[in-house]
Design a protein around this ligand. Structure first.
Ligand code: IZC
Ligand code: ZN
Length: 509
């Protein structure tokens, strides 16, 4: 059964929302006047004229900005509360990049608003800011080199969200395991019975590359609607060379056909497949060989392993990750999700980029991670969905260890089938006791570093990619406070408007 019984959806056409996809999607009702540019294999809707000659300028005015700008590296501990708030802010987008983000007075002094043509207020126009609105206003000066000024009506404007831990590419779904979960069968017990990850492995091995691309595109379109413009994605539903490489090739293809940037991670050791039962060592040898191929073909940037009781031990994880590090891959680790094996200590020892989950980790392990500059990627959607009483100790990480914390969905068909980082933001407030400022930092700047993209995305700062979310509220706290709905008003990816909501005032504070 495809898609867990859900109707197949066209990612570009969902109620009240337009997501720019490829040309066939962009031709839907209401998108006729939006041009589709053909870049290097990528087709996304963008403003007319922006792909001809000198890039045009788009200036967002009347914005409450959270820039997350300044300095280097992820923010740690208390510094996570500094989101760089700017009242009456302006963002200047030039081509694919941010040229300016700061106070209006400074933008005026620098001449960014001179000669601009004011578009209608974003809310009033509904579709404003897209190519359609630029045409609709009919003014001159909107062609190449022109300046379009878009009044966002005092809305909050942040960097595009970054989801630094997902199991994006897979086939099938696992709602048939819900009854077992509700009957109290633990997650690892379902796996031991040959279900869980192994059920998704069977479906993914049987799926074609095209089927995997199609399903992941729908997922990415949904993520984009919810404000996510960059995702880290793990393989790990092949557990053999052919299928693992197939998943990684799917990620490469996704980067060519839709706007959300996908950062590929090789997670070959996600479980021990039945054909290697009681031969874990031989399986890991095979996975190191696959990692070498993936690295040689430029198909993976990171390596990851599920270090967990009954899956892979700390010693096995050390062996695999050390070999991958020697291959030049960045290191990530699923550590101490359920049992305190010592995964956090291993992450610190190896100088991992991230330690993920870190729910059952010892305080000493968390401290060592913080000291080693390992970013803690916390996944409260997962502990919530598994019904666990214990959640990651974000307060200890930030207040006492001085760690950099990032948040992710863990999107996967088992422990967290959820694309919305906004919902994870609500869980972070309620379950991890994080403040709205810490939460925003954890899904933008810190998440960007966790995904290996800290130098290009995650902040509104000159030179960074113009990945921008305009929210349907002026209040940062409103997003984790009002949960379960989508507060996105507009999304820009690399300067192109890729989500336009028609819902206007709905959801505003
Ligand atoms: O498919 O269950 N925890 N890996 C480790 C997962 C969850 C994904 C899954
Ligand atoms: Zn995971």
């Amino acid at each position: 059964m495809a898609e867990g019984g859900a109707m197949p959806e066209d990612g570009a056409r969902r109620e009240g929302m337009e997501v720019a996809q490829r040309s066939e999607g962009a031709r839907g009702a209401g998108m006729e006047r939006m041009e589709v540019a053909r870049g290097a294999g990528m087709e996304v809707a963008q403003r007319p004229g922006a792909d001809r000659g000198e890039p045009g300028l788009r200036v967002l005015v009347n914005a409450r900005l959270a820039t997350l700008a300044g300095g280097d590296g992820p923010r740690r501990g208390r510094a996570m509360r500094d989101v760089g708030l700017v009242e009456d802010g302006v963002v200047v987008i030039r081509g694919e990049s941010i040229a300016f983000a700061g106070p209006r007075a400074e933008a005026e002094r620098l001449g960014w608003l001179a000669g601009g043509r004011r578009l209608r207020d974003a809310a009033a126009a509904g579709m404003a800011g897209g190519g359609a609105a630029a045409d609709g206003e009919g003014g001159e000066g909107s062609g190449p080199g022109g300046i379009d000024i878009l009044d966002v009506g005092g809305r909050l404007v942040t960097p595009g969200l970054v989801d630094p831990h997902t199991h994006l590419v897979h086939a099938g779904s696992r709602e048939d395991e819900l009854a077992q979960k509700l009957a109290g069968v633990p997650y690892l017990q379902i796996l031991r019975r040959g279900g869980g990850i192994l059920s998704t492995v069977r479906a993914t091995r049987a799926a074609s590359e095209e089927e995997l691309v199609a399903k992941a595109r729908r997922t990415l379109a949904r993520m984009l609607e919810h404000g996510t413009t960059t995702v880290e994605a793990k393989s790990g539903y092949g557990l053999d060379a052919e299928t693992e490489l197939k998943q990684l090739r799917v990620m490469r293809r996704l980067n060519e056909v839709q706007p959300v940037e996908v950062v590929p991670t090789f997670l070959g050791p996600h479980a021990v497949p039945p054909e290697y039962r009681d031969r874990t060592g031989a399986f890991l040898d095979e996975m190191v060989a696959v990692a070498a191929r993936a690295r040689a073909e430029g198909l993976a940037e990171f390596a990851d392993i599920f270090c967990e009781a009954g899956v892979f031990s700390v010693e096995e994880s050390r062996r695999f990750l050390s070999a991958c590090r020697r291959l030049g891959l960045g290191v990530k680790i699923h550590a101490d999700e359920i049992h305190p094996l010592g995964g956090a200590e291993l992450a610190a020892e190896l100088g991992a980029v991230t330690v993920d989950h870190a729910v059952a980790s010892t305080r000493d392990g968390l401290r060592r991670c913080a000291d080693a500059g390992v970013i803690a990627v916390l996944l409260p959607g997962t502990t919530w969905n598994l019904g666990h009483a214990r959640h990651a100790d974000a307060r200890f990480l930030m207040d006492e260890a001085g760690a950099a914390v990032a948040l992710a969905t863990d999107y996967n068909p088992g422990s967290c089938p959820c694309e919305s980082l906004q919902l994870v933001m609500a869980f972070a407030a309620n379950l991890l006791r994080m403040t709205p400022e810490e939460i925003l930092c954890a899904v933008t700047r810190n998440a960007a570093y966790a995904a290996g993209r800290g130098r290009t995305v995650g902040r509104l700062e000159p030179g960074w990619q113009a990945d921008v979310v305009v929210w349907d509220t002026d209040s940062l706290a409103y997003i984790p406070y009002h949960f379960g709905v989508n507060h996105v008003h507009m999304v820009f990816k690399r300067g192109r408007q890729v989500v336009i909501r028609r819902t206007g005032e709905e959801g505003r504070a």
